[in-house]
Design a binder for this molecule. Structure first.
Ligand SMILES: C[S@@+](CC[C@H](N)C(=O)[O-])C[C@H]1O[C@@H](n2cnc3c(N)ncnc32)[C@H](O)[C@@H]1O
Length: 267
């Protein structure tokens, strides 16, 4: 059975922003193959007044302009309604976007993405139109278009058929609670820098062990917060301890090499 395409509806004042990013790479291919659909709706087309205004001054005073509720409610009302769906408002105040959330959203039939601009949305859009608020991270951008695109890219990547081998998704960073292992390709030596010998050995068991060890060491060093949420098996604990000890020895060896290359002090 051919799965129904996931439908994204992006409500944006700048639909042209999405043109090229939705044509390229795996996302462009997935859209051409009908794995997902992206529809762009401009709330300005639903503004009631003759100037097609979508923003106004904030009640109570203050700088900047606030997005009016009517064009956004009308834009969403004009869309078809698929079940299950989410109406996601992009805002720095929302739930942080992560891999677990992307996986959850990839189960929906329709994702409506509301992109803000200026000072953001009238609070009634957040409270009574959106079903969820999502943030790209703890920083403020000028608009919700980049966060919406990041979400679209992240979800489409997870849809069956977008990425060739399902196994390659499983090993990516954050899947299974760990960062990805380092990857190498030809040549085996470049500017004197060598690919780790184990990867050239053809010993699949040793390669798998080395990769898991790299994942554990990287996650421990770069994102210990992830390991706090993912208990390690005794074997993984041992692999991690060995990996860290090995690195320590490598650093000592490197220090010794560098020391031996220092010009000797004149007497
Ligand atoms: C300048 S921001 C408004 C920020 C808002 N006044 C605040 O401080 O929460 C304009 C729009 O950009 C989008 N935006 C900015 N940063 C974002 C982030 N980190 N995640 C998601 N959307 C963001 C939102 O759609 C927002 O309405």
């Amino acid at each position: 059975m051919i799965p129904t395409p996931v439908r994204f509806d992006v409500v944006t004042l700048f639909p042209e922003f999405f043109e090229s990013p939705l044509r390229i790479g795996l996302v462009g291919k997935a859209l051409r193959q009908g794995i997902a659909e992206v529809h762009l709706t401009n709330p300005r087309d639903f503004a009631a007044d003759k100037h097609r205004r979508v923003d106004d001054e904030p009640y109570g005073g203050g700088v900047g302009m606030v997005l009016k509720p009517e064009p956004f409610f009308a834009a969403v009302a004009s869309l078809p309604c698929l079940d299950p769906r989410e109406i996601i408002l992009l805002t720095p105040q929302g739930q942080p976007l992560n891999q677990a959330l992307l996986r959850e959203l990839a189960q929906k039939a329709q994702l409506i993405l509301l992109c803000g601009q200026y000072e953001g949305f009238d609070e009634r859009i957040c409270q009574y139109l959106a079903t969820r608020e999502v943030s790209l991270g703890d920083f403020v951008l000028t608009g919700g278009e980049i966060p919406a695109l990041a979400l679209i890219y992240g979800v489409i990547r997870l849809l069956p058929g977008t990425v060739g081998k399902v196994d390659s998704l499983k090993k990516e960073s954050f899947e299974e609670g760990l960062l990805d292992y380092p990857q190498y390709t030809r040549p085996a030596e470049f500017l004197g820098y060598k690919v780790p010998q184990v990867l050239l050995s053809g010993n699949h068991e040793a390669i798998a062990r080395w990769r898991l060890q790299q994942q554990l060491v990287r996650t421990w060093q770069r994102r210990p917060d992830l390991l706090a949420k993912r208990p390690l098996t005794p074997e993984e604990q041992q692999l991690l301890a060995e990996g860290l000890a090995e690195q320590h020895t490598e650093v000592e060896k490197q220090d010794a090499r560098e020391l031996s290359q220092l010009p000797s002090q004149p007497c």
